[in-house]
Design a protein around this ligand. Structure first.
Ligand code: B12
Ligand code: SF4
Length: 657
């Protein structure tokens, strides 16, 4: 059944903003600007957030990558539209934006927040549009949540929507059923992003991949014939990025070398571009492992300034590679391939998968040995996940092995929707957590650095590097906040990993930061919460209860402790006449309690005296730094009273009423 027929026709819905638009058109010759707000919803914490590094080490950056999809969409809007992009990872979401349309993107992992934002803005009377990866893969999951869903590549259907919106004949669903010619993709509106807040800028050369891995949704969404932009288009994008001060750029292609001939043309162009402009960029990208088989390609990567490449290695087990259709990885010795790439001065990040049908409990050791021998620090080991519409999903569904209760979004969360074949689900989860614990021990981090620096000839960073002052600050913070707290064992291992040519030392320091950052993620999400953390949360609650007994007895304050993701979550409700001293004391105790990143707080504010708004605002402002540890549920009537800045950051829209 077509989704189009299941959504109510647009004329049944009336929108205030459309009426306004109508008036404008009837009174003026020139079309009035349509104000479009595009939001990248806050994703849950993941490996890719590198949260510890962003919070504790980096100077300006808040997150690795900008939302390129939104910048591209902005470039597709008519000239008279006024577009603003808000990336919730780095900035506040306006509660009452000056906008006619609010568009929200999202991957599967962002879907809960995407839904929350769409519901909120729709309730406020804004016209809402949903798009992005998840909407493209399963538009039906957004049905009824937004006034309009845009599924698939937007280059042709978004301009269609814009025209329809202005003519008041928009449809509830726009689906791209064919493929976009990449020469029709405009230069993304990089000027709408604050690139200084991101680890690296992003751009895209190609879509689609010629391979046929069973678990892959990329070929479902973008097809198997790589489509590419022209080198001149990329040149214009690089010019725009340079104008924004970007020094590092990530080609987000799923496989930059899907069409090797065209990739080489691009690389030659990049070599020339870098030379002409004094090597302004350090690049990174994703590619298939057959990169290692082509010395010409590798030389071009090096000369163009590619400092790293993300490879989908998945597993060293040939039987699993064959069974999952990843045959391109079986044609060469994997370790040799990795070292060949190192020899060209290119660092490697890689993806690995646990849970293939062939995997028994021995798979964990096999993966560990390979990752350590290969010296891959950024090793994204995920559990096999069946994404909707992939051949894997269809096969496992037929075999009754899809766990429908688990949402298949983030494969690095120690849960998956796949039931393994040759071990129990619990064995797989336990082995997976243990694998990560070993990989991100001090020993694991140091061994990988050693095994990498033995083979990596030199970093190819002709472009980039941070100014000396920034580098020194990063080094100082790493030593003080990362290495020193680890005690003598870590000092010793760190010193040992510096036994390599001094030109590799910046990479060694960076790898320690990456390793420690992933270790923090593992500790926060995979390690059982120690009893002392539970005790600390219980103590904080007990002390408040003892100190402010009457408030608890009257019911103006309640406090309970429950569990979220196996970690303690203090639920504090304020309702009515709250003692000012209580607020002061609460601030102090919460600060102490939340210092442990595993503890959560749910603050529900039903009602509070007007003269305490300022103090409460201060508390909320303070809680902003704890980000996803804190949820604030706020009564509608208080929204305009409290500090806008704080509210934007911590408010949980959905349940506040
Ligand atoms: C770059 C990237 C990232 C970056 C950052 C992404 C960002 N800030 O936007 C990083 C490295 C952080 C990342 C992380 C993850 N990613 Co990622 N990532 C990508 C990648 C390689 C490129 C995305 C991109 O920029 N494309 C270029 C732009 C131009 O295209 P686009 O996003 O498709 O946008 C087009 C349309 O969708 C549309 N559109 C986009 N937004 C909107 C909004 C509106 C309102 C409308 C109307 C239209 C619209 O217009 C655009 C032009 O056509 C994609 C693969 C891919 N090819 O899409 C995976 C991908 C999006 N990631 C994926 C996943 C699973 C993850 C992780 C969960 C992996 C993990 N296990 O940790 C994590 C999430 C971590 C987290 N909690 O944040 C999946 C998502 C699956 C899904 N369908 O939901 C993808 C598709 C990869 C895959 N093989 O499956 N990722
Ligand atoms: S090589 Fe990567 S992008 Fe290509 S089909 Fe396999 S998993 Fe998908």
């Amino acid at each position: 059944m077509s989704l189009m027929s299941t959504i109510a026709p647009p004329q049944d819905i009336t929108f205030m903003n459309l009426t306004v638009l109508n008036d404008r058109h009837s009174h003026l010759d020139k079309p009035q600007p349509v104000r479009l707000l595009l939001i990248n919803p806050r994703p849950p914490d993941s490996f890719w957030s590198f949260r510890w590094a962003m919070d504790r080490i980096m100077v300006h950056e808040r997150t690795p990558n900008p939302p390129l999809g939104l910048a591209t969409l902005a470039g597709l809007c008519p000239d008279h539209w006024q577009v603003t992009i808000v990336d919730e990872v780095i900035e506040a979401t306006p509660l009452r934006p000056h906008a006619d349309i609010v568009g929200v993107c999202g991957m599967g992992v962002q879907h809960p927040r995407q839904r929350e934002l769409l519901e909120y803005y729709r309730r406020q009377g804004y016209f809402t549009v949903a798009g992005g990866s998840f909407a493209s893969l399963c538009p039906e999951s957004l049905e009824g949540l937004a006034d309009c869903v845009v599924a698939g590549e937007a280059e042709y259907i978004w301009p269609q929507f814009c025209a329809d919106y202005e003519a008041q004949r928009h449809q509830p669903l726009y689906v791209e059923r064919g493929e976009v010619d990449m020469s029709d993709v405009p230069v993304p509106r990089f000027d709408l992003l604050d690139l200084s807040r991101y680890g690296t800028a992003s751009l895209q050369f190609s879509r689609g991949c010629p391979y046929q891995c069973e678990f892959c949704d990329i070929i479902v969404m973008f097809g198997r014939k790589p489509r590419t932009k022209t080198p001149a288009q990329i040149g214009r994008e690089l010019d725009a990025l340079r104008a924004q001060g970007a020094r590092s750029a990530f080609f987000v292609d799923d496989n930059l070398i899907g069409n090797k001939k065209v990739a080489k043309e691009l690389l030659r162009y990049l070599v020339d571009y870098q030379k002409r402009h004094g090597y302004p960029f350090k690049f990174g990208t994703e590619a298939s492992l057959n990169l290692a088989e082509d010395p010409e390609l590798l030389g071009l990567f090096r000369d163009a300034g590619f400092a790293w490449v993300f490879l989908g290695i998945e597993t060293p087990d040939v039987a699993s590679l064959k069974a999952s259709g990843k045959t391109q990885n079986t044609k060469t010795d994997l370790l040799e391939a990795v070292r060949t790439i190192y020899a060209y001065g290119i660092d490697i990040f890689a993806g690995f998968i646990i849970g293939f049908d062939n995997d028994t409990v021995e798979a964990f050791d096999r993966q560990y040995r390979f990752i350590v021998d290969a010296g891959i620090q950024v090793a994204m080991v995920g559990l096999l996940t069946a994404l909707p519409r992939t051949p894997l999903y269809q096969r496992l569904e037929a075999e009754g092995r899809v766990r429908h209760e688990v949402m298949a979004g983030d494969n690095t969360r120690a849960r998956t929707n796949v039931l393994p074949k040759n071990m129990s689900y619990n064995q797989m989860i336990a082995g997976y957590k243990d694998l990560y614990r070993r990989l991100f021990s001090d020993h694991g981090i140091a061994c990988r650095i050693r095994n990498k620096t033995r083979h990596l000839r030199l970093p190819s960073g002709q472009g980039e590097n941070e100014p000396l002052g920034t580098q020194l600050r990063l080094l100082w913070r790493t030593l003080l906040r990362g290495i020193w707290p680890g005690g003598p064992t870590r000092w010793w291992r760190f010193a040992g990993s510096l036994c390599c040519p001094p030109r590799l030392w910046p990479l060694v320091v960076t790898d320690w930061v990456r390793g420690l950052s992933m270790r923090h993620y593992v500790q926060r999400h995979f390690a059982p919460t120690p009893n002392r953390v539970w005790r600390r949360a219980a103590d904080a609650m007990g002390q408040l209860r003892r100190r402010f007994g009457p408030a608890f007895e009257q019911g103006s304050v309640t406090a309970t402790l429950d569990a979220v993701d196996d970690a303690p979550n203090l639920v504090l409700t304020l309702n009515g006449d709250i003692d000012e001293e209580f607020l002061h004391e609460t601030r102090r105790r919460l600060r102490r309690m939340l210092r442990d990143r595993r503890v959560r707080l749910s603050l529900r504010i039903e009602c509070i005296k007007t003269n305490q708004h300022e103090l409460l605002s201060q508390i909320l402002e303070h809680l902003v730094q704890y980000r996803d540890q804190v949820r604030v549920y706020l009564h509608e009537s208080l929204r305009d009273q409290l500090s806008a800045h704080a509210l934007h950051q911590v408010i949980h829209f959905g349940l506040a009423s």
